[in-house]
Ligand binder design. Structure first.
Ligand SMILES: [Zn+2]
Length: 284
């Protein structure tokens, strides 16, 4: 599932590649509605990330917001434009647009220079919402979100963590506590900070919370620099994989040796999700 570093990678690329382009036409795999038609002719002024949402700011107060959810990703390329209901766009170029993982296009935006932005989402959990920009920016989904870990100050982080009576693993995943951390980066943060995933958040020491805060930020910033993780399905705007997966600390490394102490890494389930940890480095 794309997390903060993956979404940040896409947003930075969009700002680099599609700014000032105008929307020529829009295709959706569901019946069109007026808000979509309203995008035609509008200029892309800015693309913004809020937590894991991608917000396109267009001129004349228009915009749209995307959430990639499980398998969604945006691609820049060219597709055949569907001519009748039920027809699907077919990837033409670059190669990425024709890769199987990228063949699930649900939304296509053609720009005035003939390039296209396609939204591919195999499992169809992703969301796109269109409308007036000011309304999108005040969307209820955005209001529920806490600040990103990379922008949150330590005092705020500590206060939020200490209010929770559940385990620290689920606390860090909770986007209303702190935004941007998903499973991969929470696994690695807990390991690096030497905190057992099942420890209760409100029972952690100040020093442990400080370590979580610092390690979490370090890991997110490193992952942004490496353009995200593609252990699952993530691809960047040009169809390339992220590079954090190769250097990840513990996520998905069950059965391998801990790099710090050599103990075999174990996996447990918390709230239905798998968490890898080292029982020597992360004591309960
Ligand atoms: Zn260890």
């Amino acid at each position: 599932m794309p997390e903060l570093p993956e979404v940040e990678t896409v947003v930075r690329d969009l700002n680099r590649l599609v700014l000032r382009a105008k929307v020529k036409r829009v295709w959706l795999d569901v019946p069109k509605f007026k808000a979509v038609e309203n995008l035609v002719g509008r200029k892309i002024l800015k693309v913004e990330r809020r937590a894991k949402y991608i917000i396109f700011h267009l001129d004349k107060n228009k915009g749209f917001m995307l959430h990639l959810k499980m398998t969604g990703h945006l691609l820049l390329g060219k597709w055949s434009w569907p001519k009748k209901v039920g027809e699907k766009p077919v990837g033409i170029s670059p190669f990425a647009a024709t890769e199987p993982i990228n063949r699930f296009i649900h939304f296509l935006l053609e720009l005035d220079d003939k390039r296209m932005v396609g939204f591919s989402d195999m499992r169809k959990f992703g969301r796109v919402e269109f409308g007036e920009l000011d309304e999108i920016l005040n969307h209820a989904a955005l209001k529920k979100m806490a600040t990103d870990l990379i922008f949150m100050d330590f005092v705020d982080f500590k206060e939020r963590v200490l209010k929770r009576k559940r385990n620290i693993y689920q606390t860090l995943l909770d986007q209303s506590v702190v935004a941007g951390l998903g499973n991969i980066y929470v696994n690695d943060t807990l390991y690096k900070a030497k905190v057992h995933p099942k420890r209760l958040a409100n029972q952690l020491s100040s020093l442990e919370i400080k370590r979580l805060y610092e390690c979490g930020r370090e890991i997110l910033n490193k992952a942004i620099k490496l353009r995200g993780t593609s252990v699952d399905d993530f691809r960047d705007l040009e169809g390339e994989k992220g590079n954090y997966g190769a250097v990840r600390l513990i996520y998905g490394r069950k059965g391998e040796k801990c790099k710090k102490c050599g103990t075999i890494i174990e996996k447990i389930k918390i709230g239905g999700r798998s968490v890898c940890y080292c029982k020597e480095c992360q004591k309960i």
